[in-house]
Write a protein that binds this ligand. Structure first.
Ligand SMILES: *[C@@H]1O[C@H](CO)[C@@H](O)[C@H](O)[C@H]1NC(C)=O
Ligand SMILES: *[C@@H]1O[C@H](CO)[C@@H](O)[C@H](O)[C@H]1NC(C)=O
Ligand SMILES: *[C@@H]1O[C@H](CO)[C@@H](O)[C@H](O)[C@H]1NC(C)=O
Ligand SMILES: *[C@@H]1O[C@H](CO)[C@@H](O)[C@H](O)[C@H]1NC(C)=O
Ligand SMILES: *[C@@H]1O[C@H](CO)[C@@H](O)[C@H](O)[C@H]1NC(C)=O
Ligand SMILES: *[C@@H]1O[C@H](CO)[C@@H](O)[C@H](O)[C@H]1NC(C)=O
Ligand SMILES: *[C@@H]1O[C@H](CO)[C@@H](O)[C@H](O)[C@H]1NC(C)=O
Ligand SMILES: *[C@@H]1O[C@H](CO)[C@@H](O)[C@H](O)[C@H]1NC(C)=O
Length: 893
């Protein structure tokens, strides 16, 4: 609780200790500086630093999106941007490197630097990351004698070649800190500790080799290994988890780092969507710093999109939104982004004490309550601290880990009330400037197309942009083309064996056709008739999808990760064509021995129930065909003349394995664009030749979302799910830079039968923003941080809480739909007035906010002319609409 100190000046705000991050010197970005570490923290240019890092994977957005994402990350209070390196994107063919477009790692690193942020590069080269094959190129499987991630010479040779390639590229581009670049930290391997025991002694040898190899590259900045309790020598072992406050590295000389704070979670096709409450996330971060941590990285700060066929497996969806602070479309995920921003500002105010103290002092405050106090230790040795840093700094964290009850505690002679499962942050060991459970940041409800508010929908018939209520679809005119559901080219071949899927496709396509003939005698037919039985196709095990065709008809589909197949067949006398289609939906990205996992069919394939017993098809003559005709003829290229499209009749019955194309328009502006594929089945989609990704309207189980999402208590990914009983994903992000104003060329491959006439374009055209701030809320933290940066004094007036509302760029506050200063009830979209209400609420808020992109209002009776209820703690609740002013001056809403 903030004590009203009547004009008191807060001493802790007056000293500037922040190492200036942008100093023009030898390079464009930073004055060259060395990075080292001690048991407490990274040491940048001789100064210990407490660092907030934010994960953004560059290929999961477009280079056109990067500047905005990085700017929003910086504004959110991050010091560092972190990414994996995606080997299979950078080396699609052995020896042929790709560092262009979405894989332009150098450009990304330079953008990070030019924003004054540091860069943490996790080279791996194994990434996991719900990314196809965990980032390994599929050709790596074919290197003779190779075994991944163990003491295997061919693997080590390839790994060293790629890691060296990346380190050398960074050095050539002057991207290391000692060259004036942003890179302060590197990672070798990734969560190897999870699987190390599967490799026995080879695993132990491999990890030593990996450490030595990394250190031998002369990168000149520290290396980490995450989840690696036996990380050798100078390699810092780090924590990846939902909570890491109990983590200790394997040596007293190494600092405590959290390389993956899972602030959300991923989803697979057919699952509901996970969410992590920001109160719990902020609690986890504050606890980490409270208990001695010094570098924390959000996994993910921006998740993005698995474009093309980059999604991993099993069955990772195209969206990688991750419930991250910045959503898939690059919009702020509120209140997560805003609450973390406040948390980061509060932590920054503690940095002087955090860097000065060698370790916190622990004080037990109650059975489930504890304080950790950071105080300058004048005896700190071996560090280059300025006098101001060690003089009289004190910061404290007060935690209540009780999951149910608030606690009243006494600390340094004062009383504090701490909500359940929360941490209060006291940068001066006296005033609570932030509590992790008290969210004052605005919430924001994004209106996507017709969701929630039909009038926010923008309609897009083929050629003109119409604005009206209701539903319209992307196009009234579609062309179609059937995909041959069988062998389609001279590239087919035959073999007397069932070969593993990846061995044949080399992942050039999701699809592999296997075709054979089965002879049925009159005796078999009689046998089935007499026994009232049918023959059955059985396969020991398949992944990810198997489709069974008999005489050209699709008769069965099996989905799963190595599932058994039993399919009843209706066969005719004489020869029958049996065609099996195996499909991958993202290659395995996690686990030991992933190079051996493969895909498609495993074990025997047979038909049981013939007159003479079963027929083993494993050694039959099979004809193989990789991929679909339309993929290889590139139907998604507009210039393609080979497709022989025909007009699609509205109301035509759903058709399997069919291509569709049309043209569509999108309105100008910056509002993010999505295609709504709810009317479709499963397939892939391209816009103007760009592969948007796989789509699939696979529905999640109906149950699982019933639990009330309570932030209190340990989080797991099943705790706060949404979207039960609905398709996991229906909206597919099409980046603005891939679109034109009109005549965008859309091509779809549909596998199971959908209605393209039902496809629509949806814009994130408007949003509702809400905020609720009480008189006892924390002070406007960013102002305090700014004041401390310039050594300015802060008055008690500056400590009055503020409500801040903000629309995204290009949007303004177009209406105030609710405002009440007093004792309002409810939450966003269901606010109502309480007994106490200042009559001027709406007019004051309107006057300050309407027509502006952002506004702030002090939570004080003085602002609302009269105190509507003296002696009662008051709250200001506001709900507002954000919209883009349309070109002709009126709103789109
Ligand atoms: C970094 O450390 C190296 C080796 O100790 C030293 O030669 C170099 O001058 C240092 N660079 C800076 C910028 O401090
Ligand atoms: C300590 O810091 C001061 C000021 O930043 C610098 O001039 C000096 O060279 C540093 N000393 C060492 C030993 O790093
Ligand atoms: C399959 O391959 C054979 C041998 O190359 C060829 O004769 C046949 O035409 C091919 N089938 C198709 C449908 O192209
Ligand atoms: C992989 O393909 C080759 C032919 O290219 C074949 O000889 C081998 O048996 C296949 N292996 C598996 C496991 O399918
Ligand atoms: C099986 O496929 C062959 C070649 O495509 C075709 O000529 C034949 O009619 C098919 N047989 C049946 C029973 O559909
Ligand atoms: C437009 O899409 C909706 C929603 O998918 C669908 O119900 C409707 O039939 C479509 N309209 C036409 C003309 O196909
Ligand atoms: C804090 O300083 C930054 C950078 O100078 C500025 O952009 C921002 O508006 C300031 N914020 C407040 C609340 O004063
Ligand atoms: C202005 O825009 C609105 C909404 O987009 C539209 O209804 C109206 O007809 C437009 N007026 C003019 C003069 O173009």
């Amino acid at each position: 609780m903030l004590s009203s100190g009547g004009g008191r000046v807060f001493a802790w705000l007056c000293v500037c200790v922040f190492v200036s991050s942008i100093t023009l010197g030898a390079s464009e970005w930073f004055k060259p500086f060395n990075v080292s570490y001690d048991h407490r923290a990274l040491i940048l240019d001789g100064h210990r630093r407490f660092l907030i890092s934010a994960g953004i994977h560059y290929p999961r957005s477009t280079p056109e999106m990067w500047p905005d994402l990085i700017a929003k990350t910086k504004e959110g209070g991050a010091d560092v941007i972190e990414t994996y390196v995606f080997w299979n994107g950078h080396e699609p063919v052995r020896g042929q490197y790709n560092f262009e477009g979405r894989y332009d790692l150098v450009k990304f690193a330079k953008l990070v630097a030019s924003n004054g942020l540091y860069f943490f590069l996790r080279i791996g080269p194994y990434a996991c990351a719900e990314w196809n094959f965990g980032g390994f190129p599929v050709w790596l499987r074919d290197i003779p004698g190779i075994e991944f991630r163990t003491n295997n010479e061919p693997f080590k040779e390839e790994m060293k070649r790629f890691v060296s390639k990346v380190v050398d590229l960074m050095r050539e581009e002057m991207l290391f800190s000692w060259q004036g670049g942003p890179i302060i930290l590197l990672q070798i391997e990734n969560e190897y500790g999870n699987i190390e025991s599967s490799y026995g002694n080879g695993g132990k040898e491999y990890i030593k080799w990996a450490a030595n190899m990394a250190l031998s590259l002369g990168a000149g900045v520290p290396w980490v290994m995450c989840r690696q309790t036996d990380a050798p020598y100078d390699i810092i072992d780090t924590c990846n988890a939902y909570y890491c406050d109990g983590f200790k590295p394997n040596s007293h000389n190494k600092p405590t780092f959290w390389t993956e704070n899972w602030d959300g979670w991923y989803a697979q096709w057919g699952e509901s969507l996970p969410h992590r409450p920001v109160e719990d996330l902020a609690f986890a971060v504050a606890r980490f710093f409270q208990r001695g941590g010094s570098l924390q990285n959000y996994y993910m700060y921006y998740g993005g999109t698995n474009f093309g066929r980059t999604a991993g497996g099993p069955l990772q969806i195209t969206s990688y939104d991750y419930d991250a602070p910045i959503d898939e479309y690059g919009l702020l995920n509120e209140p997560k982004w805003g609450h973390l921003k406040d948390l980061h500002a509060a932590l920054k105010l503690c940095e002087p004490a955090l860097v000065a103290a060698d370790s916190p002092t622990y004080i037990k405050l109650g059975p489930k309550q504890e304080a950790h106090v950071y105080q300058a230790d004048v005896h700190t040795e071996g560090l280059n601290l300025s006098l101001s840093q060690i003089s009289g700094k004190c910061s404290a964290f007060l935690a209540n880990i009780d999951e149910h009850k608030a606690a009243t505690v006494t600390f340094h002679g004062q009383t504090y009330i701490i909500p359940p499962w929360s941490v209060s942050i006291l940068p001066d060991c006296r005033n609570t400037v932030f509590n992790t459970a008290k969210v004052g940041a605005q919430t924001s409800v994004k209106l996507v197309g017709s969701d929630l508010l039909p009038s926010a929908f923008i309609l897009l018939p083929a050629q003109q942009l119409v604005h009206r209520n209701g539903i319209s679809n992307i196009s009234k005119s579609w062309m179609t083309r059937k995909e041959p559901m069988n062998i389609w080219s001279k590239s087919n071949f035959t073999a007397e064996d069932i070969w593993e899927h990846l061995n044949v496709t080399k992942d050039q396509s999701d699809y592999l056709w296997y075709s054979t003939r089965i002879y049925v005698s009159d005796g078999d037919v009689l046998f089935w008739k007499e026994n009232l039985a049918h023959p059955k196709l059985t396969i020991d095990s398949v992944r990810d999808i198997l489709r069974v065709f008999v005489n050209g008809q699709l008769i069965g589909t099996f989905v799963g990760n190595w599932v058994k197949v039993v399919q009843t067949l209706q066969l005719q006398p004489g020869y029958n064509n049996l065609t099996l289609l195996t499909q991958t939906v993202g290659l395995q990205n996690y686990g030991a021995f992933i190079e051996k996992d493969g895909a498609g069919i495993r074990g025997t394939v047979k038909i049981t129930g013939f007159e003479n017993g079963h027929v083993d098809l494993s050694k039959s003559l099979w004809t193989y065909q990789v991929g679909l005709q339309g993929e290889f003829l590139k139907f998604y290229n507009e210039e393609n003349e080979n497709a022989e499209w025909v007009e699609l009749t509205p109301g035509a019955p759903p058709s399997t394995f069919t291509w569709y194309k049309t043209y569509f328009d999108v309105p100008g502006g910056n509002d993010p664009v999505a295609l709504d594929f709810e009317s479709m089945g499963k397939g892939q989609v391209w816009v103007n030749g760009h592969h948007i990704g796989r789509y699939w309207t696979r529905v999640s189980p109906k149950s699982g979302c019933e639990r009330v999402c309570d932030y209190r208590g340990a989080y797991d990914s099943d705790k706060c799910t949404t979207n039960c009983g609905k398709p996991t994903q229906t909206l597919y992000h099409v980046p603005r830079s891939w679109l034109k104003a009109s005549n965008n060329f859309l091509v779809i491959l549909e596998e199971t039968g959908g209605n393209p006439f039902g496809i629509s374009v949806k814009l994130h055209s408007a949003s509702i923003v809400c905020a609720q701030v009480t008189e006892s809320h924390h002070p406007p933290l960013q102002k305090l941080v700014n004041a401390s940066l310039i050594g300015q004094e802060v008055s008690s007036n500056d400590m009055i809480p503020e409500m801040q509302l903000r629309c995204r760029a290009g949007h303004i506050i177009s209406s105030i739909t609710f405002a009440s200063f007093g004792t309002p009830k409810g939450s966003c979209q269901s606010f109502s007035r309480g007994n106490c209400h200042a009559p001027s609420s709406t007019s004051i808020v309107s006057k300050v906010c309407l027509g502006k992109r952002s506004c702030s209002i002090k939570i004080s009776s003085a602002v609302f002319e009269d105190d509507p209820c003296p002696d009662v703690a008051k709250t200001l609740s506001v709900e507002a609409r954000c919209a883009s002013p349309s070109t002709n001056g009126s709103f789109q809403l």
